[in-house]
Structures are given as structure tokens and as C-alpha cells.
Write a protein that binds this ligand. Structure first.
Ligand SMILES: Cc1cc2nc3c(=O)[nH]c(=O)nc-3n(C[C@H](O)[C@H](O)[C@H](O)COP(=O)(O)OP(=O)(O)OC[C@H]3O[C@@H](n4cnc5c(N)ncnc54)[C@H](O)[C@@H]3O)c2cc1C
Length: 358
């Protein structure tokens, strides 16, 4: 099969300051990394990339067998550079295969098919769209949902920019993004289910979910997020926002997988049935009147779990930002575990709108 190739030449005078962070981030997307004198090779399951380090700059080369793979690698590289090379204000122009493409590989327009209330505060919304195969690839479980708002009721969807990243319309037509988990995906039937927590306060995602009805259109982009590594044993922890991901993991991890999962919910009536296919024990923690994101009970519970020493292990945590920080500091700091064994993410922050959606 002929492979697709492209490259981008970047001026990055301060590259030595942040190359390790870029490498670390790319490695966490399931890449095998090989460092040589002149550069770094990243072998992803869907293609590979090479960083040719030059004085004052970097040439990024990407190769994949298909369009989806090349688009994914370009997006990962360009995003990593944008995140860590801010001080150099990088300009990325890809040349080579697909560089004149304006169709954004990771975007789909979706139509609401069905709206179901799982509990008082959790709504499952079935979204239908074409060609959903890529949302089962790359190990990412999440999507950016692009939503209309009162200010922008009729948004224009993004296209592909020359830098390999999305090009957005002007603010008066730009949809608002929020991050959600693909709770389940049926590629053949052409739909996915997304569970929206209907939380208190002014919002975009929760407000949209509350009024959603069949026939409405939204955009999605993805998949996003680092893959959860395969392991024999897991410790999983989440509040309601990470419950869709835990539900999906418990339903899809291999049957012999062991471990423990804690899910924090407002009260008992927010429990939902999960078809747990694993030997991971699921426990519910109820706040019973305490406001979401204000206490450390979930984080402390997760940190009290002892990790076995005789098998492969993975720690996964998703909740409000301060709880995620407590868990991340312990796992990555005190326990010295790497990104290959842990993922502790802030899924929302009290008082902040649209965390992680940018
Ligand atoms: C990778 C990832 C996957 C996620 N998956 C899901 C998912 O499947 N389902 C889901 O419901 N959420 C999920 N989230 C969390 C969701 O993106 C955030 O809760 C987001 O803020 C919701 O957007 P919003 O427009 O409703 O509220 P925003 O406009 O972002 O926030 C408005 C106000 O509401 C508050 N707020 C936000 N979330 C909560 C909450 N959970 N409880 C109480 N107050 C809150 C904010 O602090 C702010 O004050 C995920 C987040 C990430 C990063």
C-alpha cells in the first residue's frame, strides 16, 4: 500500500525548553518513542512521525497508510506544539499529501435521534451520523460536541486549516464546544449515545441537553483523549461526569479484568444500571446534600486503594479539578507513576465554564 506523507518546518528557538513535554504528551497516545542524535521517531498504531531537530527549529514529518491516520497524526503533532511551544508563537504549514484538503477528518454533523432520561439528572442522547468508524479508532473515548447557543443559534461548522488544525468561522457564527464521552458506539447502525449530566447553573452543554429533541443538529469532533492502557487491574474513580467513561470501560474491558471502581453521585436515585462485564467491583458514593466538587471524599477513597504488585495496573480518575489534582499529585508525584499507568483528569472546574473544551 502507498503511504501518505507530509511535513512542516517550524521556527522554534526555545525548543529545548519544552521538547520533553511534547515527547511525553505524544508518547501517551500509545506511541513507541525512539530518541536518536538527530531526532525522535514516534510509532503510533495508526502511522508514524519523525522530529528532525535543527538549530532553532524543527521539521515534523508524518506518515500513515490512510487519510484518517495522517489527519490524526497531524492533529496530535500540531496540538502538542500549540500547547507547549506558546513562547515561540509557532506557525505550522503542512506540505505534502492532503495539505490542500479542507475537509476536517475528525468532524461530523450529527442529528439527534432519541432523548432518554436515565435518572433525574442524567440524559442519554442518541446522535446519528455518517461514517462513524474513526470514533472507534485511536483509543480516544471522548468527543467535542459543537453546540448552538442563544447567541449563535445557527453555527457554521469548522473546516481544516493549513496547520492541520480546525479553522473556525468568526465568533458570531462559531459553535460553542463542550467535551463529552462516547458512552457507546454502533458504527454499522450509524449512531452513538452520549450521557449529559444536567447540572445546576448557567451552561451550554447541560442547557442544550435539557431542550434536546429528535431532528436537531450538532457537530462533533474526535475522538479526543489519551487511550486507557490495557492492564490486569484497574483503580477507577469518577463523579457523574466520568460515569459515562467508567460505564463504557466496565462494559468493554476483558472479562478477567480485576480492580475497584468508585463513582460519586448526588444521591441514591442517580445510580444507573451498568452491565459490568469485568471483575472490577463497583461502589457508589453518595453526596447526599453536599454540593458537587466541594469535598475530598472521592479522592481520598481512591488514594486509600492499595495497588497490587504482581500484575499490570492502571489508575484512572475523572472529576472536578481540585479532586483530580489531589489524585494526580499522589499518583504522579508521591508514587512516581508515569502516564503509561495513570490518567487523572479534571473534567470540570467549579465556577469555570467550558473547561478542556478549547
Ligand atoms: C474528557 C472529558 C469527558 C467528559 N465527559 C462527560 C460526559 O460524558 N458527560 C457529562 O455530563 N460531562 C462530561 N464531561 C464534563 C463536561 O465537559 C463539563 O461538565 C462541562 O463543563 C459541561 O459543560 P456545560 O456547558 O454544561 O457547563 P459550563 O458552561 O462548562 O459550566 C457552567 C457552570 O457549571 C459548572 N459545572 C460544570 N460541570 C459541572 C458539574 N458536573 N457539576 C456541577 N457544576 C458543573 C461550572 O463550574 C460552571 O460554573 C467531560 C469532560 C471531559 C474533559
Amino acid at each position: 500500500m502507498t503511504s501518505l506523507n507530509c511535513e512542516a518546518q517550524l521556527r522554534l528557538p526555545n525548543l529545548p525548553n519544552y521538547i520533553d513535554q511534547i515527547t511525553d504528551r505524544l508518547q501517551s497516545f500509545d506511541a513507541d518513542v525512539e530518541q536518536e542524535a538527530r531526532g525522535i521517531t514516534f510509532r503510533f498504531p495508526f502511522g508514524h512521525a519523525f522530529f528532525d531537530m535543527e538549530p532553532g527549529g524543527l521539521v515534523m514529518r508524518a506518515t500513515a497508510d490512510d487519510r484518517d491516520g495522517l489527519a490524526r497524526i497531524k492533529d496530535l503533532l500540531a496540538t502538542a506544539v500549540q500547547v507547549y511551544a506558546k513562547e515561540d508563537d509557532p506557525r505550522i504549514d503542512w506540505i505534502g499529501d492532503l495539505s490542500n484538503d479542507t475537509q476536517l477528518a475528525q468532524f461530523r454533523e450529527m442529528t439527534v435521534l432519541r432523548v432518554t432520561d436515565l435518572t433525574l439528572h442524567m440524559r442519554r442522547i442518541r446522535l446519528a451520523g455518517n461514517d462513524l468508524g474513526r470514533f472507534g479508532k485511536f483509543g480516544g473515548m471522548h468527543i467535542r460536541v459543537l453546540l448552538p447557543t442563544k447567541a449563535v443559534p445557527d453555527p457554521i461548522w469548522p473546516t481544516l486549516g493549513g496547520n492541520g488544525l480546525p479553522a473556525w468561522p468568526s465568533d458570531d457564527r462559531r459553535p460553542v464546544a463542550r467535551v463529552y464521552t462516547i458512552r457507546s458506539l454502533d458504527i454499522d447502525a450509524g449512531f452513538m449515545d452520549v450521557d449529559f449530566l444536567v447540572h445546576e447553573g448557567e451552561s451550554v452543554g447541560a442547557a442544550w441537553a435539557l431542550q434536546a429533541s429528535p431532528g436537531q443538529k450538532v457537530g462533533i469532533m474526535g475522538p479526543v483523549g489519551r487511550p486507557v492502557r490495557q492492564a490486569d487491574w484497574y483503580v477507577l474513580g469518577a463523579d457523574e461526569t466520568g460515569l459515562p467513561a467508567i460505564g463504557r470501560l466496565l462494559e468493554t474491558l476483558p472479562a478477567g479484568t480485576k480492580g475497584v471502581a468508585f463513582v460519586e453521585i448526588a444521591e441514591q436515585s442517580e445510580r444507573q444500571p451498568i452491565d459490568n462485564a469485568t471483575q472490577i467491583e463497583l461502589h457508589w458514593l453518595e453526596r447526599n446534600g453536599t454540593a458537587a466538587g466541594t469535598d475530598e471524599r472521592l479522592a481520598r477513597q481512591i488514594l486509600s486503594v492499595e495497588w497490587p504488585q504482581d500484575c499490570s495496573t492502571f489508575g484512572w480518575f475523572a472529576a472536578e479539578a481540585s479532586a483530580a489534582k489531589i489524585v494526580r499529585d499522589r499518583w504522579r508525584g508521591t508514587m512516581g507513576l508515569g502516564r503509561d499507568q495513570t490518567l487523572a483528569a479534571a473534567y470540570w472546574r467549579r465556577g469555570a465554564a467550558g473547561l478542556m473544551a478549547g
